[in-house]
Structures are given as C-alpha cells and as structure tokens.
Design a protein. Structure first.
Length: 318
C-alpha cells in the first residue's frame, strides 16, 4: 500500500470506528442512512502513486516488485519475460493484474526457457480500475483508474529497441497516439515505461536524442504532454539504464498531460536499491488527485466486529 493510501486507510479506520459508535445509538433506517453516507464520504483518496520498472525478467526481480507494491498504488512492469502459460504466476501473487506476453510466446510451453518482452500493470486492491482492451500491440497495456473528477488512463509501454528499426518504433508510437486521442478530452493521461530512447524534453535532460526520440517528442508536442522526470522538480539520477556499470542512458520516462502535471507533487528516478537486480532504475510519479477507492478492500482486517463488544468496551476502546 502506498504512503498516500496508507494515510487515507488510517483515516478511514478512525472514522469507521467513530461512525460505529454513532450507529450503535441509532435505530432502524437511520443506521442504514449513516452507513450509506459514510461510504459516499470516504469514496475518494486524494493521491495516486505510480512506479515503472524494466525488471529484466520477473523471476529474479520478484522480491523487488513485491516491495514496490507496498510503496506505490500501481506498479508497471516491462520485460517480465513470461510466456502465455507463465502469466498466471503474476495473477496468483497479486489481486489486480493486467499483463501481456510477447506475441510469439502466447502458446509457448512453460518449460520453453527464458522468454523476452512482456508488459504488466499491478495495482493495489483499494484502487478502482479496469483494463482497456483491444490494444493491438504486445508492447502496450493500459488501465482506466476511476477518479472523482477526470479518470486517469495509465498506459504502460515497452518500446522497440534500436535493433528493431525506426519503422516498428513509429508504429508503436502510433498506437499510443490513438489511445491519447481517444481519452485526452475526458481523462488525465500517464504514459510510463521503457521508451528505449533518450529524450531532450526538459531542463534535466542531457540533450541527447535520436530519430526515435523525435517520434516521441512530436507526439508530446501534439498533445501537450510533459516529461515529468526531466523537469526541475524531479529527483534522482539522470539516467535509468546501465550496462556493467559503464554504458548509461536515460530511456525510461513518465509522460503526463499538462493538467495532471499541475497536480504532481513528486516524481523522478529511484536510486539503486539492494533488492533491484535489474539493469534499469524505476521511474515514478505521485500526484494529488482524487482517486476513487474501494474502502472495503483498503484494510479488511480492520473491520470491527461490533456485535462482539458490549457498550462499556466500545466506550473504553474507542
């Protein structure tokens, strides 16, 4: 559970306890009305945190992914390397998952060895979200997060590397472009992941770019997208990929619509951590926006069994 959702969770528990005392004093329909009002009142969490990591194989990175999901509301993965029959492994560990494997691995047997590619989005059970289906690429998956004002469309990507050529890269950008066009008028947009190219889109940039980077920059210009991790308020290293401690590049990014960027209170690149065995560093963003939460899922274990307490115990305990 993320820090923002943790704070809301504790507040919810406190108010539920207080409301419980009030409910015990009510009779009949008034009790139902009080409960209904409480649900409406607490349906909004005022923060959303998202992190993305190219895990370089889920197997070796599983401990770090499990740790990240305790710190962020949503975790996006690229290069999980799982085949179609292996994808249930993610679904068996996490409650809410959207995942895709590389198209050539859809029917590959589990014992086929190390795979390649693949994207996934994992989100905490308190977040209300749904998969956006019908995306014609195994490099992109997306969810729509329910919000009190404008919903948030989160697009997790793993762009083709330079060996695949500019044409495939441009085709993938085109699919992302279509998603932005479809949702930009009614939703906030977040595009996050391994873009596999340097960008020159902010004051923290080192000025490096390429023809592939120009494809991304053109889309950003068309729709007013901002590279959040390259702005002055971002923190952390100015690189996200390293090879044997020698080659370094900044190819993982967070792109957001300008309206959402105004709500961002923290973003950047996470420093090296002991559990991170990937050759990539995570990129993340935290924004102060009203996200709808399923209160019953925030902390099930905190449900108070009022019928087991007498009046004196309730007064003393709460």
């Amino acid at each position: 559970m993320s820090m923002g959702l943790d704070m809301i969770k504790d507040t919810v528990i406190m108010i539920v306890m207080m409301a419980g005392r009030i409910v015990k004093c009510k009779m009949g329909k008034q009790k139902v009305l009080c409960y209904t009002s409480l649900q409406i009142l607490l349906h909004i969490c005022m923060s959303l945190s998202i992190v993305s990591l190219n895990v370089n194989g889920y197997g070796s990175s599983e401990p770090y992914v499990k740790e990240l999901i305790t710190r962020f509301d949503i975790v996006c993965l690229s290069e999980h390397w799982l085949s179609g029959p292996q994808l249930p492994r993610l679904h068996s560990v996490y409650d809410n998952v959207v995942s895709k494997c590389a198209s050539n691995l859809v029917d590959a047997p589990p014992e086929s060895g190390r795979g390649y590619g693949g994207v996934a989005i994992i989100w905490n059970s308190g977040i209300i979200a749904s998969e956006i289906i019908g995306i014609p690429s195994d490099r992109i998956c997306a969810i729509r997060v329910k919000s009190g004002n404008s919903d948030v469309v989160l697009i997790s990507v793993y762009m083709p590397d330079r060996d695949k050529g500019v044409h495939m890269f441009a085709e993938t950008v085109g699919i992302i472009d279509e998603l932005v066009v479809q949702y930009r008028d009614k939703c906030h947009i977040v595009i996050i992941g391994d873009l596999n190219t340097e960008l020159d889109c902010g004051p923290r940039s080192n000025g490096s770019t390429s023809e592939r980077g120009d494809c991304i920059a053109a889309m950003m210009s068309d729709y007013g997208l901002i590279c959040a991790d390259m702005q002055n308020n971002a923190t952390g290293p100015t690189m996200t990929y390293h090879k044997h401690g020698m080659v370094q590049s900044w190819i993982d990014h967070v792109l957001v619509t300008s309206e959402l960027y105004r709500c961002v209170n923290e973003c950047g690149v996470i420093e090296e951590e002991n559990l991170n065995v990937s050759d990539h560093l995570p990129v993340y963003i935290r924004a102060n926006i009203s996200v709808s939460c399923d209160i019953s899922e925030i902390k099930k274990s905190a449900r108070v069994q009022w019928h087991k307490l007498d009046k004196e115990a309730i007064v003393q305990g709460y």
